[in-house]
Ligand binder design. Structure first.
Ligand code: NI
Length: 139
């Protein structure tokens, strides 16, 4: 971790008002912390776009387990990608619906491809891939 540097930022007053409002809504104690998070988010996004970099993420999906062959198909897809699935959680939401959360880590394009395959599987009612970073390159 490097040393902390202070620098000035010139902003239009209306833009600063909007930024301060955002900081308050999102419970930031200081503008500095909000700016640090914005920069980190931007850097994390760039990691996703770089297919060679390792990323982490979670995938959440909801499906009806009565749908024919769906549970079996989803399990097959997960076995094919066992090397990038670190953990999985299955919750029986109600009589029909299951919620599954997978924790993923691997090469960006491989993780995204698996997410897309699972979410687009017929019968999956909702799915969302949340990508993040392994944290290795962030301070
Ligand atoms: Ni279930």
């Amino acid at each position: 971790m490097g040393k902390t540097i202070r620098f000035g930022v010139s902003l239009d007053s209306d833009l600063l008002d909007k930024f301060d409002q955002l900081c308050e809504e999102q419970s930031y104690q200081t503008r500095s912390e909000a700016i640090r998070d914005l920069i980190r988010n931007h850097l994390v996004r760039r990691e996703w776009e770089d297919t060679d970099k390792e990323i982490a993420g979670s995938l959440t999906m909801v499906y009806d387990h009565h749908q024919s062959n769906l549970s079996q198909r989803l399990t097959e897809l997960q076995h094919e990608a066992h090397d990038i699935i670190l953990s999985s959680l299955h919750v029986h939401l109600d009589h029909d619906n299951c919620l599954e959360v997978l924790v993923l880590k691997g090469q960006g394009d491989v993780v995204r491809m698996l997410g897309q395959k699972l979410i687009s599987t017929k019968g999956v009612k909702h799915g969302k891939l949340c990508l993040t970073t392994t944290g290795e390159n962030l301070v």
